[in-house]
Design a protein around this ligand. Structure first.
Ligand code: PRX
Length: 645
């Protein structure tokens, strides 16, 4: 099963590379495997694994992929018809798109004219097909052995209806925004599904965000209500969320346990396939977070399908995604994707290392009822959010998966709605650290800085040609920024903001962001957001933030700050600068390092040379490049001298 996938006229073809050598699932990777990317071992699915997989071979993938590219309307219509639609979509124009700004406004529509409801498809449809007593959600509390509970599909439907009725009662209508500021309680997916049921647009704000970040999002999307809870336990700490919300709202939200009084039946609001489902704010390269807008029909079809194939879903599986619903992964792969497949999903309230670092494996074993930490039940492992380096891959494969489980290293973004480049575990050999090949319907291209598509083995900017059903449709209230950020850099394509290389076998390797966005432990943070938090400190005059490599977190935040004239730098001031970022954005965005700077390296036109700052931050002092064009080249030496002080 060694193969080569090559892009030929936008379609992938297969050939066997003579050099390929592999280990088969079941065999461990030795420590010298996987370290040199040019001599990587392939990890080949075993015959038994492939035989039972939904996509059992490269040929099957290619057959489906080819159809998805050559006949997207037919391919996606066949899948979409497995869901419930109150009205069918327009069969003559299943989708319409313009991704080329030169041809007018960018627009993407899928299944236009169809009306449906994603909450109905996640719940009522599953109940009606006889699975009402199947567990939909298992909830595992922060403290082991305390309060674990579960809901069947029937029970989940009732809970969703009660909340939906309550929301209607307090005046929430179709199209209204609802901000959800909740931790990983079952109430979080319940709220999302209740909003979707009545056609309201949810905007979940990760519960680690501060009052100011929450306020910023409330101001932008103007919700009718904000839904929160009093407090959450995370590790040994109790976090008082309601106090944070009160800090963000002028008036305090309504108190009290009112929802259970409401009826457990609630009629569905049928919505157009292109009606908005949710807004999710994400970081970009300017200070203001972007409200990524996803609509209903295409997102539903895409998340369900990617979930099914990337995890080779079997109805007997118990599925756990450790992501928080405050991020896109929790939307697409805790809530919608799995429930649309009728899966049983684990939701975990707490931190992965509480009470100790065995907690994840404890949960894994608990829900398969086997002896402590055997992890025997694991079938497939998933990963998302940042490149996995080969040695982490090897640990995940050898230790966590006992060399038995394929790893779906899924590359995608808040904007893409669902997986874009991902292994299909039974189909082809994996290379540790590579997200492998495109999902059905996705045409990734790698372009050079002029926007010219590169062929074969290459490296450049990752773009996508043509739309896919799960694509975001706009940035809320700012279609112009949507076009400028994503479609103008390389006209004709969707620009991802990521660098990527493709190897001789056609595998894709993501190399990280090429814009001013940094990725700290999978949290996407705009350098400009951290900078504006820092400069809001009364003693900070100017700030420049860069990402530096970090062994555990992927990247860490490194901030250069200049102070208001006459203010001395001190340990106390450092702490107060870090605190400002924690308060304005959240603890996850706190800089690891504050580097006091008497001045910043700027061009004569006043532009900060971040390239140089990145080199200083990572102590690559031989690679500073030409500094002679700076307005004041001596700044660089001063910064180097202060680097370790
Ligand atoms: O840089 C890529 C990285 O995460 C970015 C998207 O972040 P966000 O919108 O927060 O979504 C995270 C969950 C989808 C991408 O632009 N990224 C995501 N997945 C991978 C990745 N980098 C490498 N490998 C991945 N599998």
């Amino acid at each position: 099963s060694n193969l080569q996938l090559r892009h030929v006229e936008g379609v992938v073809t297969v050939a066997a590379p003579p050099h390929a050598k592999g280990v088969t699932l079941g065999e461990p990777l030795s420590s010298d495997d996987a370290l040199d990317p040019h001599h990587l071992r392939l990890v080949v699915p075993s015959h038994q694994f492939s035989q039972n997989a939904l996509i059992p071979s490269p040929d099957k993938y290619l057959e489906m992929y080819k159809r998805s590219i050559e006949d997207p309307a037919g391919f996606w219509s066949d899948i979409a018809s497995q869901f419930f639609w109150k009205q069918p979509w327009n069969a003559y124009s299943v989708f319409s798109e313009n991704l080329d700004v030169r041809n007018g406004p960018v627009h993407i529509q899928w299944f236009k004219g169809g009306s449906t409801n994603i909450s109905y498809n996640c719940l009522d449809r599953i109940v009606e097909s006889g699975y009402g007593d199947k567990i939909a959600l298992f909830w595992e509390a922060n403290d082991p052995g305390v309060g674990a509970t579960s809901l069947t599909y029937n029970q989940l439907l009732s809970r969703v209806c009660q909340l939906a009725n309550y929301l209607k009662h307090i005046g929430v209508k179709k199209g209204d925004a609802v901000v959800v500021y909740l931790p990983m309680l079952m109430e979080l997916p319940i709220t999302m599904l209740a909003c979707a049921r009545i056609g309201a647009v949810h905007s979940v704000v990760f519960a680690g965000f501060s009052a100011e970040s929450l306020a910023q999002r409330i101001v932008d999307c103007k919700p009718k209500v904000v839904i929160t809870c009093n407090a959450v336990k995370r590790g040994s700490k109790t976090i008082h969320l309601k106090d944070i919300v009160d800090g963000a709202l002028l008036q305090s939200a309504q108190n009290g346990d009112v929802v259970p009084k409401y009826p457990t039946h609630c009629e569905v609001e049928w919505v157009d396939a292109e009606d908005p489902l949710f807004l999710l704010y994400t970081s970009g390269s300017t200070g203001k977070p972007k409200g990524v807008l996803h609509t209903t029909g295409g997102y539903m079809v895409y998340t369900a399908t990617t979930f099914k194939y990337a995890f080779d879903y079997k109805p007997t599986d118990i599925y756990w995604c450790t992501a928080d619903c405050g991020w896109i992964t929790g939307h697409s792969y805790v809530t919608y994707g799995p429930l649309l497949n009728g899966a049983s999903v684990i939701i975990y309230e707490g931190a992965p290392n509480y009470p100790d670092s065995g907690r994840c494996w404890d949960i894994v074993d608990k829900y398969k009822y086997v002896t402590r930490y055997s992890r025997e039940s694991l079938r497939i492992l998933g990963s998302v959010g940042e490149p996995i380096n080969p040695s982490a891959w090897r640990w995940f494969y050898n230790v966590v998966g006992d060399s038995r489980c394929p790893i779906s290293d899924t590359w995608w973004q808040t904007e893409t709605g669902g997986f874009m480049i991902t292994p299909l575990p039974g189909a082809w050999p994996q290379k540790p650290g590579s997200a492998t090949f495109p999902f059905f319907g996705v045409q990734p291209v790698i372009v050079d800085e002029k926007g010219v598509e590169l062929e074969g083995e290459c490296s450049g900017y990752l773009c996508v040609k043509n739309s896919w059903p799960g694509a975001f449709r706009t940035l809320y209230g700012d279609h112009e920024r949507y076009e400028t950020t994503y479609f103008k850099p390389f006209p004709g394509y969707y620009f991802t903001g990521d660098g990527c290389s493709r190897d001789k076998d056609g595998y894709h390797w993501l190399t990280g962001r090429v814009d001013d966005v940094i990725n700290v432990s999978g949290h996407r943070i705009g350098t400009a957001e951290v900078e504006s938090a820092l400069v809001s400190h009364p003693k900070c005059a100017e700030a420049a933030v860069v990402g530096v490599e970090h062994e555990v977190k992927g990247q860490a935040i490194y901030a250069f700050v200049t102070l208001v004239e006459g203010v001395p730098y001190s340990e106390e001031l450092r702490k107060s600068l870090v605190l400002t970022v924690r308060e304005q954005i959240g603890a996850f965005a706190a800089p690891d390092r504050i580097h006091w700077a008497p001045g910043l390296p700027k061009t004569r036109s006043g532009k900060i040379m971040r390239r140089i700052l990145r080199k200083i931050a990572s102590r690559q002092l031989n690679e500073l490049g030409d500094t002679s064009t700076l307005a004041d080249p001596s700044i660089v030496d001063q910064l180097i001298a202060l680097a370790d002080s």
